[in-house]
Design a binder for this molecule. Sequence first.
Ligand code: NDP
Length: 625
Amino acid sequence: MSEAMQDAPRKTREDREIIMPSKQLAQKMGLGEIAFNPDSLLAKYRAERDRRIRPDGNEQYQQPKGDFSHFLEDPYVEPDFTREPLFDEVEVVVIGGGFGGLLAGARLREAGVKSLRMIEKGGDFGGTWYWNRYPGAACDIEAYIYLPLLEELNYIPRRRYTDAPEMMAHSQAIARKYDLYENACLQTEITGMEWDDKDGKWIISTNRGDRMKSRFVVMSNGPLHRPKLPGIPGIDDYNGHTFHTSRWDYHYTGGDPTGNLTGLKDKRVGIIGTGATAVQCIPHLGASAKHLYVFQRTPSSVDVRNDHPTDPEWAASLKPGWQKERLENFNILVTGGYAEKDLVNDGWTEIIRNFLVKVGQGDGKGASRSELLAFTELLDYQKMEGVRARVDSIVKDKATAEALKPYYRQFCKRPCFHDEYLPTFNRPNVTLVDTRGQGVDGITEKGVVFDGVEYEVDCLIFATGFEVGTEYTRRSGYDLTGRDGVTLSEKWAKGVSTFHGLLTRGFPNCFIMGTLQSGFTANFPHALDHNAKHLSYIIKKLRESNAKTVETTQQAEDDWVHVIIRKAKLGLRFYSECTPGYYNNEGRPGERSGQNGQYGGSSEVFFKIIQEWCDDGTMRGLEIS
Ligand code: NDP
C-alpha cells in the first residue's frame, strides 16, 4: 500500500518532516470526527509487534526432516513411478509447472519456440494449486484477474473467487492449449545444473537419472513451495497423526477440498497457525472434528469475502482486452496509485479507493505529501477498526473475540477475506488457544502445551507456511554451476545480485522468475506474466539474430542491485512498524533482506521500467554472443 506514493520523486522541505496521523488531520482531510485515537492505536500496534519479535528470526523455523520428511513428498501420485532417463537436447527447459512456468511456456510458444520441455516435481501442472488441496483452498484475489490467460483460453471463472480444483483445472487447460504436456517431464526433480561454456548449453540433472542439454533454462521454482515447521520444543515427540496443510491427508480426514471430513468425527484435532491457509481450512475442521483446538500466535485480518457466481450477462458484456485492463487497474490501486475507476472494488483496494474519493472531492486541498501519507495511515486505522468491529459483531465470546483482533496495518501481513472463519469460533466444539503472540510452549507425545495446559489431540495439523527468508538454492532444492565453476549459492552468499531480477552474471542463458529483485504485486500471476513476457522477448530477439548466449554485464547488474537496495529503504519505515512475518523478514527488514527482496518501488513502476527497456530494443545491459 502507498508504495507508489513513497516512490514520488521530489521532496519539498515541508515533506521532509514526518507527519503523524491525528484527529486534526482527519478533520482537514474531510473524515470528520473519528471514533478512534490514532496515537493509542499506534502505541498498541507497536506493543503487539514488540512482544512478537524474537531474537532467532527466521532461525525459529526448521526443515521437515526425520519423522516429518514425508511432509515434502507428493501424496497425490503412485510412489513407484519410473521412466527411462533422458540424455537428449531441447532449446528451452522451463523448471516449474505452476502459473509462472505455465506463463513462460505460453509466452515462449507465442514467441515461436517449438523445442521446449517443462520439468515439474509434481504429478501434474498447477504448482501451488497442485500441492495445496486442503479443504476450502481458494484464492482471495478476484478470479477474473488471478487466473492467467483467461481471454487466450476463452474461459470465464465460475465464481468471483476461484477454488483450488478450478485453478488446477485451469493450469492443465493452459498446458493443453500451449502443448506443454508434449515432451514434459512430470514427477521429476532437478538435482543440479552445469553450464557448459564450450557448447553454450546447460546440462541438467534430475532425480530420474536424466542428463539433458538445453540452450536456455527458465527457473520458476515458486516462492512459497517448501513447507516449513516451527522449532517448537518436543515437536519430534508427538505420537499422533500429523501433516502439513500443503500435503493434506484425506486418507485420514476423509472428505475432499469441498470439506465433509467424515474421518474426523471422533477425533480431537489441533491446528498450529492462523495465516491465510488456516483461515480457509479451519471452518471445515470445525464443522467435522469432534473437537478442534486452534493454536494462534498472531490473528489474521479477516475481512468480508462476498463471493458470488459469475453473472452471465456481465461476462457476455466483456470486450476484448478486458482482462488486461482489469489487471492493470487493480495493480495501480493496490500499489497506491491513481485510477479513475475501481473495477475490482474489493477489500484489497478499499483504502486507496477511500483515499482517492476524499482527495477527488477536494478534501485536504493543498495537503503536503507527508500529510497525504499520514492520511493513508489514518484510512488504514479506520479500515482495521472495521475489521476488528466485524470480529465483535460475529464472535459471541468476548475474550475469544478480543484475541481474534489483529493490531497491525492491513498490509503488514497477508490480508484474508472469509465469511465462515469467524463464525467457526461460536461452535461449542472449537477452542481458540491464543498464545498471546508467543506461540505454543511445547509439544508432547500426546499433544500441545501452552501456559501449563496440555491439549491432547489425535491429529496435529501444521498450517505454518513455507520457507521464505532462506537461501534461494535451498528453497529451490538444487544448485547450479555457472561459468568458471562458481555455484549460484556461492555467488549469492552475500546477497542476491541480478539485472531486473531476471538474469545474473556468470549464469548465461538462465532466466529467473519470481519476486527476487523483481516487481511484486498481491496478484502474483500478474507479475509472473510480466517476467514471462520479458524473458520470451529476450529469447525471441536472440533467435532472430542467431545469437547463442546472453548474459548481463557486471555494470548493469551492479546498478540494478544498487537500485534494489535504495528502493528497499522506501518500505523500511512501514515494515519496521509491522508485526513480524515473512513480509518483513520476521521483524528484521534490514539492508540484506532488502537486497534479497523485491523491487521496493511499486510493481507498476517496475513493469514500466521493463516495458521501456523492451521498447528501447537495444538489449541495454546485456552481452550477447
Ligand atoms: P503463513 O506463513 O502465512 O502463516 C503461518 C502461520 O503459522 C502464522 O499464523 C504463524 O503465526 C503461525 N506460526 C508459525 N510458527 C508458529 C508457532 N511456533 N506457534 C504458533 N503459530 C505459529 O502460511 P500460510 O500457509 O497460511 O500462507 C502462506 C501464504 O500463501 C500466504 O501468506 C499467502 O501469500 C498464500 N496463500 C494465499 C491464498 C490466497 O488466497 N491466494 C490462500 C492461502 C495462502 P505468526 O503470524 O505469528 O508468524
